[in-house]
Ligand binder design. Sequence first.
Ligand SMILES: [Zn+2]
Ligand SMILES: [Zn+2]
Length: 425
Amino acid sequence: MPNTVKDAILRGRKTVESVVEEGRKKVEDVVEGGLDTVETVVEAGLNTVDAVVVKGRRTVESAVSLGRRTVESAFLGRSTMQAAVLHGREDVRIEQVPIPKAAAGELIVHVGAALTCGTDLKVFRRGYHARMIVPPALFGHELAGTVFEAGEGVADFAPSDRVVALNSAPCGKCYFCLRGQENLCDDLLFNNGAYAEFIRIPERIVAMNTIRVPENVPLEHAALTEPLACAVHGFEDSEPRRGDLIAVIGGGPLGLMILHVAALAGYETIALVRHDGQAEAARQLGAAHVVQNSSIRKAIQETRALTPNDRGVDIAIEAVGVPEAWQEAMELVRKGGTVNFFGGCARNTHVTLDTNRIHYSDITLRATFHHTPALCRKALALIASGRFQASAFITGHARLYELNRVFEKLMNRSDESEIKTAIVP
Ligand SMILES: [Zn+2]
Ligand SMILES: [Zn+2]
C-alpha cells in the first residue's frame, strides 16, 4: 500500500485511540465521583466516542481515497477512458471503460487516429461480424498511435514509440502459415477497439504485426497500412504484366487504393465508379480513364470501347462486394485475361458464370482476401515513401463522441466525396 494511505490510516487510528482513551478516563473520573451519575456520564462518554469514531473513520476514508487517486495519477493520469462500444445493430455508444492493462507480451497503445472503414460500416449495419466481432464489444480496427505501456517481456517496443498495430495476426504454425499464405491462417486472431483513447494489442499482434512508424509519417497516414496491405495484395495477386490495362470496379476506399497502387506501379487504369466525388478522386489518384455509368451494361460497353477492337481489359478487379459486380468483372476481361473477385459478398450469395467463356477464353479467376505480415510492411513502406497520396484518402476528421453521426453520414452517403474519416479521441 502506498505510504500516503498507510500514514493516513495510522493517523486516523491514533486519533480514534486517543479519543477513546480520553472518554474512558472521563468515565472513570465520574465513576469515582459518584455512582448515581455513572449512567448518564457513560451515555455521554459513549456518544462522544461514537462521534469521534465516525469522524475518524471519515478522515481515514478520505485519506485512503486521496491516496489512491494520487497513486493512480502518478501511474496513469486516471483509470478510465472513453471508448466506443458496439451493442448491436446501429447501436454504438461512447462509454467510460477501464483503461486496459498490458499483460505479458502485450502493448497498450494510446490511439493517435482510428480510421473509418467499409468493414466497420457493415458491422455497424448488421450489428456483428462473423469472424471479427461479437457485441457488446469494443469497435474499430484501423489505427496508429504511441505505446503507452509495454507488458513484461516486450523487447521491441517501449513507451512513446510510434506504432501501427494491425487488426489481426496469423498463428505462424498452421499449414497455411507455413506455406506463406498467412492471410488464410486457420487461427487468424482479430483485434478491435480502435475507436477509443487506448487499445490493448494482444501478444501475437505485438510479435507479428506491430510496426514502428517512421518519424516523417503522420499517425493517421500510418493507420492506412491495413487497408493498403489488402489493396497491394489484390493488385499483386492479379499478377499484372508490363503494359497491362487494369480496370477496377468500385469507388470505395479499397477500389481507389487498388487503382492508386496500380497507377503508381506504372499501369494504365480504368476506374468504374458511381458518384461524381469518386470519379474526381479516381482521377486525382491516377486513373487514366473513368467510366461513370449506373447501367452495368453500358459501363461494360464503355470500358470495352477503351480497348483495341473492344477486346476487353487484361485485368479486371472487383472491389464492391456484390454478386452483380462480380459478374460485371467477368464481362470486362479479354481472352486470357484475369478477373480478381476482391470484394467480399454477403453470406449465402451466389453468382452464375458462363462456363464456356471461362474455358474457351481461358480466363483466370482469383479472389484475394486479407493480408500477410510481409504485405503490411510493404504497405507502410509505400506510405512512408511519400509517393502514395495518403491524405487523399482521409477526407474528414471527427472526435470520438461524434462517431454515431459519422456512421450515419456514411450510411446515407450524404457526403459523396467522403472516403475515410480519422477519428481522433
Ligand atoms: Zn478496414
Ligand atoms: Zn496459421
